[in-house]
Design a protein around this ligand. Structure first.
Ligand SMILES: Cc1cc2nc3c(=O)[nH]c(=O)nc-3n(C[C@H](O)[C@H](O)[C@H](O)COP(=O)(O)OP(=O)(O)OC[C@H]3O[C@@H](n4cnc5c(N)ncnc54)[C@H](O)[C@@H]3O)c2cc1C
Length: 311
């Protein structure tokens, strides 16, 4: 229950303009600034060295140019342009080609047809140079639209695209059946948004049980699934399950967030598992950052300590 309350509290704070202004002033100022623990910087020039360092450790990555919930066509076009430039920049830098993006960043709440157009532009540019693009999953208000758009581009022949399902939602086992039948690559997560009990499990134990149920189905029936969690108990059970079923480590990957459980990221890699790190960057880091605080209130102490150290 604390989990739900904390998510709710930080989700409310994430809408505060005053807090956003204050955090934006200090959060990225200097190499030790508190938001840098979770965000690889504000520009692509910051993000490329971060992903090179990840590659040097034998880990994979996916880059997320932060942004969400845009309210104008101009902002959605701007985000699309930024992603197209990012594809060029990654291509020139010669680092791994894997992106994550949010459909509300491409205008989902403004004009659905334009959002689809924007996504198709990014997928077409990405396809030309071998990119894989994952559409992140946002709050349950956007689940239907996100899955429908994903299925539309899939039906139109895009295969360099994957989707995310959240174990916290009651609907996910049904969505899983449909999306998995397509042969699409699914990233399984618990879900980062506060959701009402009409649509989502409220107890962590129920979310975790659903995660394990879905993970096991993905591992046996899915197409190169991504098991995205930092939960040691779940990871232990997934390792036991894959070993028991002889599911080799090239048939799936683990994923974790930049700056979270770096010890586990390294140890899983050392054990021979594939590990992909989700690397967010960009000026619009505040809502992402607040979700990370909401997941683990102890992170607030970390922020306060960093602020004191910087004074
Ligand atoms: C690669 C990746 C992509 C994701 N994409 C999406 C998405 O598209 N949509 C979506 O809704 N959610 C997404 N998430 C977030 C996800 O839904 C969870 O909110 C988040 O991963 C925390 O849950 P957990 O599975 O790690 O388990 P939890 O039970 O929350 O945490 C397990 C342990 O992990 C560590 N931990 C977890 N979170 C933090 C944190 N913020 N700071 C420090 N330690 C922490 C702690 O040790 C904790 O005990 C993504 C997560 C990952 C790893």
């Amino acid at each position: 229950m604390l989990d739900v309350a904390s998510k709710a509290f930080f989700q409310t704070l994430s809408r505060s303009r005053t807090l956003k202004k204050a955090a934006s002033r200090y959060g990225m100022l200097g190499p030790q600034a508190f938001a840098r623990r979770f965000i690889a910087g504000e520009t692509v020039e910051d993000a490329i060295p971060a992903v090179r360092a990840i590659e040097a450790q034998g880990l994979f990555h996916t880059l997320d140019y932060l942004g969400e919930s845009v309210t104008s066509l101009a902002a959605s076009e701007n985000a699309t342009r930024q992603y197209l430039e990012l594809i060029d920049q990654i291509d020139r830098a010669g680092v791994e080609r894997n992106l994550s993006l949010k459909l509300t960043q491409l205008g989902l709440d403004v004009d659905r047809a334009i959002c689809v157009d924007n996504l198709r532009k990014i997928l077409a540019a990405g396809d030309r140079c071998g990119f894989f693009v994952r559409t992140d999953m946002e709050s349950s208000k956007h689940t239907d639209a996100t899955l429908e758009i994903f299925e539309t581009v899939w039906r139109h022949g895009s295969r360099n695209v994957g989707v995310v399902l959240q174990s916290c939602l009651h609907r996910t086992e049904q969505d899983f059946e449909r999306i998995n039948r397509l042969g699409a690559r699914i990233r399984l997560v618990k879900g980062a948004y506060r959701e009402p009990k009409s649509v989502a499990y409220q107890l962590k134990s129920d979310v975790d049980d659903a995660f394990l149920r879905l993970a096991k189905r993905l591992l046996t029936e899915g197409t190169y699934p991504a098991i995205a969690t930092h939960d040691e108990d779940i990871l232990r059970e997934v390792k036991r399950f894959t070993s028991e079923r002889n599911i080799t480590s090239d048939r799936y990957e683990f994923q974790m967030l930049y700056g979270i459980r770096r010890d586990l990221q390294k140890s899983l890699r050392a054990e021979g598992y594939r590990m992909r790190i989700y690397v967010p960057f960009g000026h619009e880091w505040f809502p992402y950052f607040m979700r990370r605080l909401g997941e683990r209130p102890a992170n607030v102490a970390f922020v306060i300590k960093s602020l004191i150290a910087e004074r």
